[in-house]
Write a protein of this length. Structure first.
Length: 296
């Protein structure tokens, strides 16, 4: 019964978001973002602590507040964007998306070289998969968590799996990704969440120790594929820019453990560089340094 209540609320919000004029929609998410920022003291503290740790206490309270509100706006824009795209064509989705660095991907495609994408919870991260799939005419396989509600999981899975995007669940992600690659599909992995110590590789991130998923590194080494970092950002929630960065070259020596450590650290370094370009875009609510830094 609870599942269908969630579904009803989802449909109600989807209808509301769909009929709102664009200018009203932006005002609406800003209002909700400010409300969430002030209402959740716990999340606000996590964001401020993360910013203090990452930028060594160099930010003012006003700077941290602006970034915190922007992080909530990105979350809302990402969530409501899934709802809006249910009733959109791929041309409508793509008309406000621009690309920088697309020649990197096209070169790999022209040379017939396999590759995988790495990204993070940055900007409207759910938009990047359909945008990349459409731009480069690929089947884009992404990794996501299964929701506790079966009904809502089915709805969101269907919403995500539009425009040539496929979803594999985190449980069994390695097997699912290997299967996808063997079928000639392109895998994309969000790499920026803290995970269990026994499942992770330790990295240095903003000068502090953190856990990091090794999945992209494992796939890169196994299939001898380079990793291409991709991130999406917006300033106005109307126009979005996908930036494609220099590839992280694969490594395969006789020392698998060292290879994975090096590949994973390079991903963390690339992500850190992207975040420093525009800290407003990242999802600072994560307990990214959990387990190592007690101040967070």
């Amino acid at each position: 019964m609870l599942d269908y209540m969630y579904l009803g609320l989802y449909k109600l919000f989807a209808f509301f978001v769909w009929i709102l004029p664009e200018s009203w929609f932006r005002g609406f998410i800003r209002f909700l973002a400010k409300f969430a920022y002030y209402a959740s003291s716990k999340r606000r503290k996590i964001m401020h602590d993360n910013l203090d740790l990452a930028f060594q206490y160099s930010m003012s309270e006003n700077q941290k507040k602006e970034i915190g509100i922007f992080a909530y706006m990105n979350l809302l824009d990402t969530t409501f964007g899934l709802m809006k795209r249910d009733n959109m064509s791929i041309d409508e989705v793509m008309k406000n998306v621009s690309f920088e660095g697309e020649e990197t991907v096209k070169q790999y495609q022209n040379e017939g070289k396999p590759f995988l994408f790495v990204s993070g919870h940055y900007g409207n991260w759910e938009l990047i998969a359909p945008a990349i799939a459409a731009k480069f005419d690929i089947t884009f396989v992404v990794v996501g968590r299964k929701l506790d509600s079966d009904v809502m999981d089915r709805v969101l899975k269907e919403s995500r799996e539009t425009f040539n995007v496929e979803l594999v669940y985190k449980n069994g992600a390695t097997k699912g990704c290997i299967k996808a690659i063997n079928k000639g599909k392109t895998v994309g992995i969000l790499i920026d969440q803290s995970i269990r110590k026994n499942q992770s590789v330790d990295v240095t991130f903003f000068g502090k120790q953190a856990t990091h998923t090794p999945l992209a590194s494992i796939l890169s080494r196994k299939f001898e594929m380079d990793m291409i970092p991709i991130y999406i950002s917006t300033d106005d929630y109307k126009a979005y820019k996908v930036k494609i960065y220099a590839p992280i070259k694969t490594i395969k020596t006789d020392n698998a453990e060292e290879d994975l450590a090096l590949l994973t650290q390079q991903q963390a370094d690339a992500m850190e560089k992207v975040i420093k370009e525009d800290p407003r875009q990242w999802f600072w609510m994560h307990k990214r340094w959990k387990g190592f830094n007690h101040e967070v």
